[in-house]
Design a protein around this ligand. Structure first.
Ligand SMILES: Cc1cc2nc3c(=O)[nH]c(=O)nc-3n(C[C@H](O)[C@H](O)[C@H](O)COP(=O)(O)O)c2cc1C
Length: 416
């Protein structure tokens, strides 16, 4: 019986362990987690979601405080169109986060950044251009284009000196999305170096509607693989979503995948950015504690624990400090939902908003517990401690379990 370690992912001149830890914003996939993946010979992701606040935490900078100060006059205003990102500061924050991570890299693996197009930041094209190009400037090994169709993203980088040598990939959930992307970016004369095919069991935002349960990752991967072969396009495919064991990963590799992308198993790693008490919530979760709902103002369904404090929270929108979900006209679905509730309950001190959430604030504060479908199996991946809590795992342990375990086996951590 084979295991993941019998395979290698070839990307240009790199030969890698075919395990990719997926991007998890906001700083759930920390630099420490990504660095471990790279040290062990695989690929790790940091995320470019809300990098100024991530930089503030990591480097004691003041990007968020200063922005809030600048727009303080607007906090009580329903109209958020004034609130803009300073592009030079956005570049500085991105270069710090990426640059310091790349300086710390050891081992033969790679570090990529996960870039969510759906963070429209009140100036979608301008801010995306800065985020992508600053990551290239700071030496990132690769960029994974996520959440959004990214039809113009290659063009935003095409005159950058690193455009042809950096590894560029895209996450899709259907053949149609891939075809659209390839058609639109053909003009740049560059194919993606890899395609992550994300199925309906993944964490974070889903590339499916609320009928996600009708879809099957293996079937989508097979369809894309056949089409690429017919088009004579040799682009490595990396399935993601619900690949929980080394055995699951091996099955995909045996069926022609170049690598696998995984995330949920790593949410309970010590190096993961979630607070330890939240990691215990992930361990404790049962299958019926998890739901896919429509509260994300991006409009994409999102999977999360039903006990997430973000659900039903009626917090005042924090666009002056954050403002990542503001569209090109300064609107966000949460602002609309919040203002509606305020109008209905003008005298209430604390309102509740159920249909949308302030994604920026709650992701920033780790109060929206997004997770993969198989989060309820995490309890089977560790031991209980004398106080009944679950032992956190090292990223190395989880990585090696994926790498070497066969069949349904999951290696438990050493006792003590
Ligand atoms: C907590 C969490 C946060 C995530 N955040 C993001 C994100 O910000 N951007 C993204 O493209 N994917 C995100 N994902 C998806 C993962 O990168 C990955 O593709 C997927 O979850 C893999 O499936 P698995 O979790 O079942 O292993 C997230 C997943 C989890 C579990």
């Amino acid at each position: 019986m084979k295991c993941v370690d019998d395979f290698r992912l070839r990307l240009g001149q790199h030969e890698l362990v075919p395990i990719v830890i997926g991007g998890m914003g906001v700083d759930i996939s920390t630099a420490e987690l990504a660095l471990e993946a790279a040290r062990l010979g695989g690929i790790g992701h940091i995320s470019d979601a809300m990098v100024p606040t991530v930089a503030d935490r990591r480097f004691k900078t003041r990007f968020v405080k200063d922005k809030l100060q600048q727009y303080k006059y607007n906090v009580a205003n329903e109209d958020k169109s004034d609130v803009q990102f300073d592009l030079a500061l956005l570049a500085e924050a991105t270069q710090m986060h990426v640059g310091r991570t790349m300086e710390a890299k050891r081992g033969g693996g790679l570090i990529f950044i996960n870039c969510m197009e759906k963070l429209t930041m009140n100036a979608p094209k301008e801010t995306l251009r800065v985020r992508l190009r600053s990551a290239l400037d700071a030496g990132i090994d690769g960029i994974t284009l996520a959440a959004g169709l990214h039809l113009g993203s290659f063009a935003l980088m095409e005159d950058h000196p690193r455009f042809r040598d950096v590894k560029l990939g895209i996450i899709v959930s259907s053949l149609r999305a891939l075809q659209l992307f390839l058609k639109k970016s053909a003009r740049t004369g560059r194919l993606p170096d890899f395609v992550v095919v994300e199925g309906p069991l993944a964490g974070g935002h889903l590339g499916f509607g609320m009928d996600w349960a009708k879809f099957d990752l293996a079937a989508i991967v097979a369809e894309i693989r056949l089409w690429l072969a017919a088009e004579k396009l040799a682009i490595p495919l990396i399935p993601a979503g619900g690949i929980f064991t080394g055995g699951d990963a091996t099955t995909f590799l045996e069926n022609g995948a170049a690598a696998v992308q995984v995330a949920t198993r790593f949410t309970v790693a010590r190096e993961c950015g979630l607070p330890d008490e939240v990691k215990q919530e992930y361990f404790k979760a049962n299958e019926d504690d998890i739901e896919v709902n429509g509260i994300s103002p991006t409009g994409y369904p999102m999977r999360m624990l039903k006990s997430s404090p973000a659900i039903g929270s009626g917090i005042r929108p924090n666009c002056e400090a954050y403002g990542y979900l503001l569209d090109a006209n300064g609107n966000c679905q949460y602002i609309q939902a919040y203002n509606r509730e305020i109008a209905v309950h003008p005298d209430e001190k604390k309102i509740r908003v159920w249909d949308k959430t302030c994604l920026c604030t709650h992701m920033r504060n780790f109060d929206l517990w997004t997770c993969g479908h198989y989060t309820y199996r995490l309890k089977d991946t560790t031991r209980r401690l004398p106080d009944d809590s679950y032992a956190l795992l090292s990223a190395e342990h989880i990585f090696n379990d994926y790498r070497y375990s066969k069949g349904d086996a999951i290696a438990l951590p050493e006792r003590g």
